[in-house]
Design a protein around this ligand. Sequence first.
Ligand code: NAP
Length: 487
Amino acid sequence: MTFDAPLRDYADPTLHAQGLWIGGQWLHGGGIPVTNPSTGRPIAEVADAGVAEAMAAVDAADAAAAGWRATPPRQRSEILRRIFTRMTEEAEALAHLIALENGKALPDARGEVAYAAEFFRWYSEEATRIPGEFRRTPSGSHNILVDHEPIGISILITPWNFPAAMATRKIGPALAAGCTVILKPASETPLTAYAMARLAEEAGVPPGVINVITTTRPGPVTAAMLADPRVRKLSFTGSTGVGRTLLAEAAKTVVSCSMELGGNAPFLVFDDADLNAALDGAMVAKMRNAGEACTAANRFYVQDGIHDAFVAGLAARMAAMTVGPGTDPATQCGPMITAKAVQKIDRLVSDAVARGACVVTGGVPLDGEGFYYPPTVLENVPQDAPIAHEEIFGPVAPVYRFQTEAEAITLANATEYGLAAYVYSTDLTRALRVSKAIETGMVGLNRGLMSDPAAPFGGVKQSGLGREGGVTGILEFMEPKYLAIDF
Ligand code: NAP
């Protein structure tokens, strides 16, 4: 495998120590092995920050804060635009790096890099359009002037499933707003984050504006940073369980929180749906990232009249997928992130089968090196099976039969999550009615993919707080300031 020069160090498996990126300096060290999920073998090692290094990152973000806040929006915008350009120039190397440390298939990795870079382009545009407000009070007593100010030092914590995009979806708006940040990527996929820090530096981001730390002690390290009064924002993407813990921690110093948490997306197919369109959408909604996406279709509810044709079509497409190493150009479905992830999927499937579910295709973990689970379709899954309620995070499609629209809506809403949902119907009135009735932050209407930098991404219920992307994403990193004015 060859890489362009600026990224070569990060992808070179023989280089066994990567530093923390603090204040524009590499602080070399080791302690966190990075594994290639396609082989199960280590490929690199990154430094393990303790509380002292985390506080050094807060100091660096603080030292850079006043200068970055005072940088004119146009100048911030141009720097963000240059990061977009650098990421686009290095897209192929970045995609290989993601495929290497995350395991996702190259087409998925390429799609992620393009999506991730777009957040810098979008927020380079939004940086110059920060809204304000001026109005007279209804009583005429005075005037109201509302300015938006950068919220302050922001901690960004991201998961392993989109190592580039989950970070840029936070860094883009934070920098556009005028905040300095400390990014803590997932321990499984830190190399992409460090590579992007380097690209950002090349694009002209001043030292200390972006800091990156990795740690094996995320709890105490994050708690120490949140306890520092200079830190005013926590933006987290990850599981609902960790999100709850962090909300409790942030409550101690009343730090503003944005939370992008777990999902359990229903995928509804009505009798009047276009079958081929529904199957195309199902493959995207289920198999992007081999099912390791928060928006992944987790429960397929298919109406009685179209159920059997849908199951047969989905099973044929799933069975035809090429499973293999992420970096192999022929691969369509890469490995899971860890052996533990395979065990969890196996437990959910075995349990469903023990309760009466039928395996239409797949259903057994693959032997050999690496962490592989095959594309799987289950039918006749009972509602009391854990797979009907838990986030699968893998290439397994459980299909449930329903009779009426009301029944489908009740089933779709029977979850503590509310991130994404999919509705397939050619009856526009029904499609809109059902979309409104589902308790969710986002709906794919006759579409298997909804993510876009210009759209507000986020969930309701226990899937999160706040939105990323779109025109409101920048406001997550700003505070309105109201001036009452007499003149
Ligand atoms: P996770 O276990 O919650 O970890 C996410 C991040 O939190 C990692 O960087 C992790 O660090 C860190 N972390 C873990 N415990 C922590 C603690 N006590 N204090 C501070 N940080 C802590 O989630 P994951 O397994 O990486 O990701 C999968 C989950 O993310 C799924 O539930 C998925 O739905 C969700 N997700 C949501 C969205 C969305 O936009 N709503 C997008 C993508 C993923 P370590 O790696 O060092 O443990």
